[in-house]
Design a protein around this ligand. Structure first.
Ligand SMILES: [Zn+2]
Length: 131
């Protein structure tokens, strides 16, 4: 099922852990918002495919992959994305930072991937971090 033109629910809930990873209604709503407000606009601005390494994570999946205890991935509010090179990930990161509304934008491991989250216009902290 496509959430937006270029993003599917399947890729936003994929896990290699083998653990059940099905978002509930509220988590699905958050994923739809994340795609509509950040991922699809970023994809349109970037002009090429963006790959989702990790989107929604159930509590069990998040624990299995060593995610933060209060990770926004568990609420369907966050995605780890990549365009498969550090150089290009930096371009993607700057494009989101300079053009879109987000809650948290993180450069992970010198642009190994980009973590981005979205809550709502009212709740977004617009926090930019380099980890
Ligand atoms: Zn993340």
């Amino acid at each position: 099922m496509n959430i937006t033109k270029n993003f599917t629910l399947a890729e936003l809930t994929r896990t290699s852990t083998g653990i059940t990873n099905t978002p509930n209604r509220q988590e699905t709503t958050a994923l739809i918002k994340l795609c509509g407000k950040v991922l699809q606009p970023a994809r349109d601005l970037y002009g090429a495919a963006i790959y989702v390494n990790s989107g929604f994570r159930s509590f069990a999946v998040n624990r299995a992959v060593g995610g933060a205890r209060n990770s926004q991935h568990m609420r369907g509010e966050a995605a780890d994305i990549t365009v498969h090179s550090k150089e290009k990930n930096k371009i993607l990161f700057e494009l989101i930072r300079d053009n879109l509304s987000f809650d948290q934008l993180i450069n992970e491991g010198d642009y190994s991937w980009v973590h981005v989250s979205y809550r709502s216009e009212e709740e977004n902290r617009k926090q930019v971090l380099n980890l």
